[in-house]
Design a protein around this ligand. Structure first.
Ligand SMILES: Cc1ncc(COP(=O)(O)O)c(C=O)c1O
Length: 445
């Protein structure tokens, strides 16, 4: 029986609920009748052997994974669970080489698990903070130059701007050296359903964290931790108990029903809807490019407009809002637009009309996102990431932070290259970049 069917059936029986949650199914907001807890027959997310594991198997079939674990707390939980599972597999502290452009969930996981990552920088032509693409060569260099074997490589792909890493090349580099590859694919669950698939599972990653809710029709908070069929033996069994270490013991059944419904859709017409959405998005991309505007996203369901045609990215976002459109993200250099099969014809029309009519001007002195200083500069480390993140801290304006020890990662958005990581000393160069991205304050130890 599906999770959705079980919960609907329970709601229809009008049982007197002497269990949590206290709303007892009263439709205060509307969804309460279907918001249940681990009653008899409802299974239990972290010790599942009933309807939840059945639904997870259905999803694993759609993704071609060995096993897929649901998360009702997004990729944030999947990331912590993945790292903890590797730590438990090894049975000792682990060494991780990680893209410095990462989400805060990874940094928190490192602090909680006592991981001191070896940072990999993106070798990016544009040097924008939100770019996360590290190359296979950079990974090979890091693994080969490490004095001790690296247990896992952690990368983010796609990044926030829609750029894709060479996951296949990185997986080859990792596996030749006996290293586990974990991919934060929060933005790329839908990549599985392209022809051909661009999902990291199909590119050789061992563990993949997807935020189902970002690109599939799932309630906010729904995510997956996929374990690949080629992952080291024993890893799959460690994932759920590892997620349990960080997750709530009251995961939302509304979110799990949504993941369950999505599994059914993925076995039905949704993959074709995704491909159709990508074709429609490519038509909008063509309009944008015909106006001489650059779309720097490599993803087929995301548009990233480079704001270098007479507007700052935040001004462009404001203009879009005036035309009844809300972007995903804007900073001085780019505006990110995320599309899905559930965008309507009107949404596509608005987008096309906006970019067909917007005035395009070029100024010779357009401010470029040259953060080469940041990428060249390796801040000095004073204390461990864990010690800095668990210390008491105060927020200060960037100008007052020079020479102090950073306590919380300073980022323009998540994921992005942290200007300074916890435990590192804040330099005058770092402060320049913080100000460029209008980061108003930074936490210091
Ligand atoms: C690359 C990346 N990883 C992880 C996360 C965390 O995902 P979630 O919000 O599903 O917990 C995000 C969220 O924005 C993200 O962009």
């Amino acid at each position: 029986m599906s999770i959705e069917k079980f919960v609907r059936g329970y709601a229809d029986m009008e049982i007197s609920r002497f269990h949590m949650p206290a709303h007892k199914g009263t439709p205060l907001l509307g969804g309460e009748p279907y918001d249940i807890t681990e009653i008899k027959g409802a299974d239990s997310l972290f010790e599942s052997d009933g309807i939840i594991s059945e639904s997870e198997r259905h999803t694993a079939d759609a993704f071609g994974s060995l096993r897929t674990c649901y998360s009702a707390e997004g990729s944030s939980l999947s990331i912590k669970g993945a790292l903890c599972a590797v730590r438990r597999l090894k049975g000792r502290p682990i060494r991780v080489a990680a893209s410095r452009s990462c989400h805060g969930a990874f940094i928190s996981a490192c602090a909680l698990l006592g991981i001191e990552p070896e940072w990999l920088l993106p070798d990016s032509p544009r040097n924008m903070l939100c770019e996360c693409r590290v190359s296979a060569n950079a990974v090979a260099d890091a693994l080969d130059s490490s004095p001790l074997p690296v247990d896992a490589v952690y990368i983010t792909s796609p990044d926030y701007l829609g750029q894709l890493a060479d996951v296949k090349g990185i997986a080859k580099v990792c596996h030749e050296r006996g290293t586990i590859l974990i991919v934060d694919n929060a933005h790329g669950a839908y990549l599985k359903f392209l022809t051909p698939s661009l999902h990291p599972l199909d590119m050789g990653a061992d563990l993949v964290c997807d935020s189902a809710h970002k690109t599939l029709p799932v309630y906010t908070g729904g995510g997956y931790l996929h374990i690949s069929k080629q992952a080291p033996e024993g890893l799959a069994e460690l994932c759920k108990p590892s997620m349990l270490m960080f997750g709530s013991t009251s995961p939302s059944y509304l979110i799990m029903q949504s993941l369950d419904r999505c599994a059914g859709l993925l076995h039905g017409g949704l993959p074709e809807m995704i491909r159709r959405c990508c074709r429609r998005t490519s038509e909008v991309k063509a309009v944008i490019e015909s106006r001489g505007i650059r779309d720097i996203s490599e993803e087929p369901m995301k548009i990233t407009v480079a704001a270098d045609f007479g507007y700052d990215g935040r001004q462009l976002a404001e203009l879009m809002r005036q035309s009844k459109m809300e972007p995903e993200y804007a900073d001085p250099y780019a505006v990110v637009l995320m599309l899905s099969p559930y965008n309507t014809d009107r949404d596509f029309e608005r987008l096309t009309e906006f970019f067909s009519n917007i005035e395009v001007t070029r100024s010779a002195d357009a401010d470029s996102a040259d953060n080469s200083l940041l990428f060249a500069h390796r801040p000095e480390k004073a204390v461990s990431l864990r010690e800095a993140m668990l210390s008491s801290a105060q927020a200060v304006p960037p100008d007052d932070a020079v020479g102090r020890i950073c306590a919380r990662a300073a980022m323009s958005c998540q994921p992005s290259v942290a200007v300074v990581m916890p435990g590192e000393i804040i330099s005058a160069e770092s402060v320049k970049i913080l100000k460029r991205y209008s980061i108003p304050e930074i936490y210091v130890v």
